[in-house]
Every structure is written in C-alpha cells, then in structure tokens.
Design a protein around this ligand. Structure first.
Ligand code: UGA
Length: 441
C-alpha cells in the first residue's frame, strides 16, 4: 500500500520505518530540511535502539524515502498519517496548530481518495476538527475519510513497540476506511480495536492518565512506607501478583517525566474542564508527581546538611533509560534546585549529555561514571540505566569523598549497600546509614 507520514519525530519515524518494513511504499515528510537530508543518509535525529538499521535497510530496498516536500507525500499516500507535534500551550491545553496546518495542506493537495489518520496524541473531537478543515479547504469534490489511530509506543523501545504492540486502536467513521486500516495492519499480530473516532482519541488520553496515576499511586505508597519503615519494593511485588493490578508501572522513584505523561495528564484535565468536569483524581496524580521531585531534593539537603560548596555526582539525566530525551526529565528540577543551594554538579549519562547541555547550566560532564564519583560528597542516581547496576561498588566507594549514594530509582539492594559500607538512601525503603557526611568547612 502507498503510505505517507507527515512529521518525523518519535512516532512518525517509527511509523514510517515499520510500515516500510512490512512491505508498503512509504514516504516520510518533514519541513526540517536538515533532518530530512540526514535521514536520507541514515543519520537519525534521535537515539532509538534498532531504528537506524531499519531505516537504512528500507531505504536501501527502496520501500522508504524521506522528503521535505509535504505536497509530494500527500500526493503519494492513499493513507496519510499525521504525526506532527502536539506540544502543550502555556496553560497546558494542546497546541493543535501543526495538525491543523497539515490538514489544510492535505485538503489543498489531495487529488484522489485519502484516508487521513491522526496518530499524534490529541484531544477528543480533533477528528471532527480535521474533517471540517478538510471539507472547508478541499475546494474540489475529492472523497476522504478521517481516522484516529493513537500511538502507544514508548521511547527507548519505539521500534519494538510498533512492530509488536499490545493492541491497535482504530477509530473510524466509514466502512471503506475501516477495511483499508484493517488491511494495513493485517501483518501485525495484535488485538485490533475498531471503534468510533472520539472513543479512539479518548483511549489514548485515558491510557496515559491511568499509567501516570499508577506511578503516583505507588509513589504515595512509597511515602507511607518511608514513614512506617516498610519496603515499597516488597509492597509492589505483593500487589503485582494480583493480575488485576500487575507489577508493571509500580516502580517508585522521582516521578514521571518525558514528553508524554506530564503534558498529556495536564491536557486531559483541561479537556475534562471544557466539558465541565473537575478531574480531581488526575490533578492529585500531577501534584504527587511534583512532590516526588521536591521530596528527593529534601532528602539530599537533609542528608548533606549543607549543600553549599558540596560536590554532587549525578548518574543519569534522561527522563528514563535507553533514550537521550531530556524533556520534562526530573533531573532538571533536582539539579537546578541543588545548584540554587550552592551545590556543584558533576554528571554522566550514557546518551543524554548533549541534550542536557541545552537545558542545564554549570554542570561538569564526564564520559566515565567513575570520574563523576571522584572526590564527590555524594552520588545521586537519577535514571536507572542498566550500566549503573553493573558498576564496581568498591571502586565507587574508594573514589567518593564520603560513601553516600542517594538513589532516586531504587537500583541497588539496601542490604548489599550496607555490606559494601555505603550510606544508602532510596525511595520508600529504610535508609542504610553508615558514615555521615562531614560538615562543610
Ligand atoms: C509513555 C507511554 O508508556 C506510552 O504508551 C505512550 O505511547 C507514550 O507515553 C506517549 O504518549 O507517546 P514514554 O513517555 O516513552 O511512554 O515512557 P514510559 O516508559 O511510559 O515512562 C514515562 C515516565 O514514567 C518515565 O519518566 C519513567 O521513569 C516513569 N516511570 C515509569 C516510573 O517512574 N515508574 C514506573 O513504574 C514506570
């Protein structure tokens, strides 16, 4: 099938490459010329495991190409995916102008029947808006259908999630569009949920809101664990065996970040507000998430007594492992707060340091995690990269000025840390307290 994808961010790139790999003729379009030139040469604008190989293979086998000319893409595809950004406005409502602009462009350039699919996360009723824009701008009597096909991929596993999704959701308003979408998705073995457009749009927001709430739920339980000297890891394990609850997304930490949960949960509150509903539960989810970062800073401050002049080593900057994405990363707030108190930050992240430099000031970056530990008054873990779990703890202990680790992701076992002679403070678990930091001279 001829497929076009407009917008080559995380969602757009995964969509182009996976549909090309399934044997379709795909064009990916983006207005960013530099990005397109790079992509055609196999240079990826983002770090995403497996993406580069898949793009290169499909370009080589001539199923995939990229253009900065949206018109060319619109003419090419029978199915056109809109994957442009839907960033938050200042008041957290969703900025739809990029989706709307593309809808106008499609209307003005389509010459035959098109299935126009919005894949970006959008408020309910966006499908109706897109339909109206196209009707108002098409000028000729060209047939089209609008479809909602929300994307559920996670950064860091974008390719894998697109090839093997838990489910595919397709919101349609016509039999013809339904059949085309079914055919397109036929090679992917996953439950296919066909519904109306508005329900499909809501499935996406409701799913992200639920996952964000699950994280805030366990983070609030972690707080109670800290107060009652219980262990949140055990509580999560015990809860997780109940199939109705499940262990996934019950990892306590420094709160969720990234470009999805923070903005989507706020946007969903705004959507509810428009319909006259006060979404108290989701408001609490966001508040708990904010508190989580603040609580972590409090832990660092109360352990170090005086942050001023202290060297603070940081391992992990990205909002989660296997991505270089720094958007809404909890590390930003935590580092900036500690800097305000006079803390000197030394940091290492396997992938995100270049992007971190764009948002953080006065951080010393190192290419080696052990260098971060050298002479530091404490070590903070802010992202749970696998390589941090494999570090030589004895070496870290010998390099740190004080053997103190404050772990925002619970990557180490407190008992092991005690045996290694660390003071170890984590989330929702009993502190391991050994040597106290020396007062600042
Ligand atoms: C999320 C959803 O998981 C995807 O299904 C969705 O498609 C995507 O948003 C989107 O809307 O585009 P993503 O933002 O890539 O994906 O990352 P997640 O793996 O969901 O993690 C989000 C945040 O929650 C991270 O900061 C992570 O550290 C945090 N988290 C996750 C926890 O603190 N605890 C957990 O147990 C799980």
């Amino acid at each position: 099938m001829k497929v076009s994808v407009i917008g080559t961010g995380y969602v757009g790139l995964a969509t182009t490459t996976v549909f090309a790999d399934l044997g379709n003729e795909v064009i990916g379009a983006d207005i960013d010329k530099g990005k397109i030139e790079g992509l055609n040469k196999g240079i990826m604008p983002i770090f995403e495991p497996g993406l580069k190989e898949l793009v290169e293979r499909n370009i080589k086998e001539k199923r995939l190409r990229f253009t900065h000319n949206n018109k060319e893409a619109i003419e090419h595809g029978e199915v056109i995916f809109i994957c442009v950004g839907t960033p938050p406005k200042e008041n957290w409502e969703t900025e739809l102008k990029y989706v709307e602009n593309v809808a106008v462009e499609i209307a003005k350039n389509m010459k035959s029947y098109k299935v126009i699919v919005h894949k970006s996360t959008v408020p309910v009723e966006t499908g109706d808006k897109v339909k109206k824009i196209i009707e108002d701008n098409a000028g000729r009597n060209v047939e089209f259908d609008v479809v909602s096909n929300p994307e559920f991929l996670r950064e860091g596993t974008a390719v894998e999630d697109t090839l093997h999704p838990d489910r595919i959701v397709v919101g349609v308003g016509s039999e013809k569009a339904k059949e085309i979408m079914k055919k397109l998705y036929e090679p992917i073995k996953a439950p296919l949920i066909i519904t109306d457009i508005r329900s499909a749009e809501l499935i996406k927001h409701a799913s992200n809101a639920f996952l964000a709430t699950k994280i805030s739920f366990i983070n609030s339980v972690a707080k109670i664990c800290e107060l009652s000297e219980a262990d949140v890891e055990k509580v999560a394990e015990g809860m997780g065996y109940d199939k109705r609850i499940a262990r996934d997304f019950l990892n306590a930490g420094i709160g969720y970040g990234g470009f999805c949960f923070p903005k989507d949960s706020q946007a969903f509150i705004k959507i509810a507000e428009k319909y006259g509903y006060d979404y108290k539960l989701l408001k609490a989810t966001n508040e708990i998430n904010e508190e989580q970062k603040k609580n972590f800073v409090k832990k660092v401050k109360s352990t170090l007594k005086d942050v001023s002049g202290k060297k603070i080593g940081v391992l992990g900057l990205s909002f989660k492992p296997n991505t270089d994405d720094m958007r809404f990363a909890p590390s930003i707030y935590i580092i900036e707060e500690l800097q305000k108190e006079g803390g000197k930050i030394k940091a290492y992240d396997p992938e995100a340091m270049e992007k971190a430099k764009e948002v953080l000031n006065d951080v010393e970056y190192y290419k080696d995690p052990y260098k971060v530990c050298e002479g530091a008054d404490c070590l903070l873990i802010l992202t749970e990269w696998n390589e941090f779990k494999e570090l030589d703890l004895e070496k870290i202990k010998s390099l740190l000025k004080i053997p103190l680790i404050i772990d925002g992701r619970n990557i180490y076992n407190p008992e092991d840390m005690r045996k290694h002679g660390f003071s170890y403070i984590s989330i929702g678990r009993k502190d391991v307290l050994g040597i106290r930091p020396a007062p600042t001279p």
